[in-house]
Each structure stands twice: as structure tokens, then as C-alpha cells.
Design a protein around this ligand. Structure first.
Ligand code: F6R
Length: 246
């Protein structure tokens, strides 16, 4: 694992965006795995700026997002589809026919939806770069701490830690946060050829220590990344604060 500690979120976003832009310019039909949440927002801004300067086109890429809340409509302002449209896709020339999401279907349709997504990633030839954030509890995608690493996409019941961290977005519009989500499994993430993870802020320090220096265990889902051959982790000083201390 390459662990790179930078001054702030802006510096991180420049380097993370650079890796993604280089990938697209080397292979116009790249398959990219994207994440939502606060961590990648600045990176998406840098990609949009590059697009506006004519340095990159997203026209031929295929995208797969990590996760989506269950029981939610894609036009809901809190859906992850909406987030990606707002932060990246709608501001570039991305071809929406090549944008893939786990859809926020009802529980009873989740199994078929997960199977569809797994096959779709396979048909696309796998993911070239998967961008990740990390939860304060060590989750990646919505793979919450548990007893096993899940291989394929699945329906997950969110933990209280995740509900506490994300409820603010729903409360802001007077809505209640769903307690279930559909997410890529750990296997789907690990099959990506390259992984880039971004974390900032002191609240992530414990999870980062467990990811980089802890044992590989489903109790910290991100720790599995130690076993991937091409992972770059971008941190600020706050999120890196516990590294190296026993
Ligand atoms: C979002 C996702 C989550 C987030 C994580 C960190 O698609 O998969 O794992 O990356 O919850 O969220 P932020 O970046 O908001 O701290």
C-alpha cells in the first residue's frame, strides 16, 4: 500500500484527480468505480475543472458507483445517483447510458438487482480504478464491520455509526434516513485493478490506523485492502495522526 500524507484536502484532490485523469487519457473507455460522501467531492471538482479546460473527456468512460440507499428514488436529493449527477456527471460530457448504479429498489427486488450489478461489472471487463472513502467505523462502500467479507453486491442493514454520520443530510431536507442500502461487496472492490482511498479529518484516524496497521479482519472491512497489490491512500495530517504510534 502506498500511504501519502498531504497538507490538506485540496492537495489530496489534485493528486487523486490526476490519477483518474491520466487513466482516462490513457484509455478513453476506462471503467471507473466512484464513491459518494464528503471525501471525493474536491476530487470531482478538480476533474470538472480539467474537463472545462479541455484536458479530459468523460464521454467514453463506463462508471459503477459503490452503493445506493434502499427504498429511495434516484431523483431524491439524498440519493447517491443525485449526488453524482450534481458533483460530477452533470457537469461533464459523461454518457449517462454508461453510468451504472445499484438502484434504490425495495427489499424484495434487492437480490435480482445485486446479481444484475455483479454481471454488469463483469461484462464491462472489471473496474480499472475504484475510488473509495472510509467510514469512521472502517467501512468501505457500505460493507459494515461484521463477521465476514462479502464477495458480491448485497443488501445491507446500516449500523448506528453510519446512521449517525449520514443522518444530517436527510434531516437537512426534513427526511428520515433509510436504514438499508445496496452496496458492492468487498470482492467487487478487491477485483478493481487499482484502488485510491481518500480520508481527511481526525474522526477517521482510528479507522486509518486499523486499515494500515491492524490485522486483516471483517471487523474493519477496509483492512482487506492490505491484500490488494495496487492501493494508494491519500491522507491529511489529522487522519494520519495515529499511524506509527503503538
Ligand atoms: C459512499 C461510501 C462510503 C463513504 C464513507 C465515508 O459511496 O461508499 O463508504 O465513502 O462513509 O464518507 P465521507 O466521505 O462522507 O466521510
Amino acid at each position: 500500500m502506498k500511504v501519502i500524507v498531504l497538507e490538506n484536502a485540496f492537495e489530496i484532490s489534485k493528486q487523486a484527480a490526476d490519477i483518474i485523469i491520466r487513466q482516462i487519457n490513457n484509455k478513453h473507455g476506462s471503467v471507473l468505480g466512484f464513491a459518494t460522501g464528503a471525501s471525493p467531492v474536491e476530487t470531482y471538482k478538480r476533474i470538472v475543472e480539467s474537463y472545462e479546460r479541455g484536458e479530459v473527456s468523460l464521454k467514453h468512460i463506463t462508471t459503477f458507483n459503490l452503493d445506493e440507499y434502499a427504498d429511495i428514488d434516484r431523483e431524491n436529493v439524498n440519493s447517491y445517483y443525485y449526488f453524482m449527477k450534481d458533483n460530477l456527471f452533470g457537469k461533464t460530457d459523461v454518457n449517462f447510458d454508461k453510468v451504472n448504479f445499484l438502484s434504490g429498489v425495495k427489499h424484495e427486488e434487492a437480490e435480482a438487482e445485486c446479481e444484475r450489478y455483479y454481471n454488469k461489472i463483469k461484462e464491462a471487463g472489471g473496474i480499472d480504478i475504484q475510488l473509495l472513502g472510509i467510514g469512521v467505523n472502517g467501512h468501505i462502500g457500505f460493507n459494515e464491520p461484521g463477521d465476514e467479507f462479502m464477495d458480491r453486491p448485497f443488501l445491507v442493514e446500516l449500523t448506528q455509526s453510519t446512521i449517525d454520520a449520514n443522518s444530517k443530510y436527510f434531516e437537512a431536507v426534513g427526511a428520515k434516513m433509510p436504514h438499508y442500502a445496496l452496496t458492492m461487496g468487498i470482492g467487487d472492490i478487491m477485483r478493481a485493478k487499482k484502488i485510491v482511498l481518500i480520508a481527511t479529518g481526525a474522526s477517521k484516524a482510528k479507522a486509518i490506523k486499523a486499515l494500515v496497521e491492524g490485522e486483516v479482519t471483517p471487523e474493519c472491512p477496509a483492512s482487506i485492502l492490505q491484500l490488494h497489490s495496487d492501493v494508494t491512500i491519500f491522507l491529511d495530517k489529522e487522519s494520519a495522526a495515529l499511524l506509527g504510534n503503538s
